[in-house]
Design a protein around this ligand. Structure first.
Ligand code: 4NP
Length: 169
């Protein structure tokens, strides 16, 4: 039996694409791999801003992922471009500012509907209404551990949702 090929493309988006979204991409790929969905889903990341384009992930993000057993990966920051709404099935914003910026960038209202907040996939966060992954850039290492926790819980919920979504593809 042949394996299904990639049918679903995700892009996680923060402001700088050096802290939150590269971490979320690593966690999501890892969870998808464990769930047996890695061949069906790709995960990229980008920022709404251009300041860090071409740079690697922030060393605090790299260290936090490493401390928690995630594999290293090469990262080069990118800026999200309006024509990528055609490329991705799901665009996941890390906070409400990123969400608003992405919706503004969307060429059509329908394209804007492919954007959601990552933490909306965590039932507990959804119920609490606290849906931002806070920007850790100006804080210490503790902030990076804290956001990893949010990202991991949301990634678990997202993988469950994708299992349903992709079951018949
Ligand atoms: P990120 O964090 O959006 O999670 O990558 C930030 C990185 C850089 C800046 C702000 C947030 N900055 O102002 O340069």
């Amino acid at each position: 039996m042949t394996q299904p090929t990639v049918t679903y493309r995700i892009c996680v988006v923060c402001l700088g694409n050096i802290c939150r979204s590269p971490m979320a991409a690593v966690v999501l790929r890892h969870r998808l791999d464990k769930a047996g969905l890695a061949h069906q889903v790709t995960v990229d990341s980008a920022g709404t801003g251009s300041w860090h384009v071409g740079q690697p992930a922030d060393p605090r993000a790299v260290a936090t992922l490493r401390e928690h057993g995630y594999p290293d990966n090469d990262h080069q920051a990118r800026q999200f471009s309006a024509d990528w709404f055609d490329t991705y099935d799901l665009i996941l914003a890390m906070d409400s500012h990123n969400l608003a910026d992405l919706r503004e960038l969307a060429p059509t209202q329908a394209a804007g509907h492919s954007v959601a907040l990552l933490r909306s996939y965590d039932e507990v966060s959804f119920a609490s209404g606290e849906l931002d992954v806070p920007d850790p850039y100006y804080g210490g290492a503790g902030g990076f551990r804290h956001i990893l926790d949010h990202i991991e819980r949301a990634a678990d919920g997202l993988v469950e949702a994708l299992r349903e979504e992709l079951r018949d593809r």
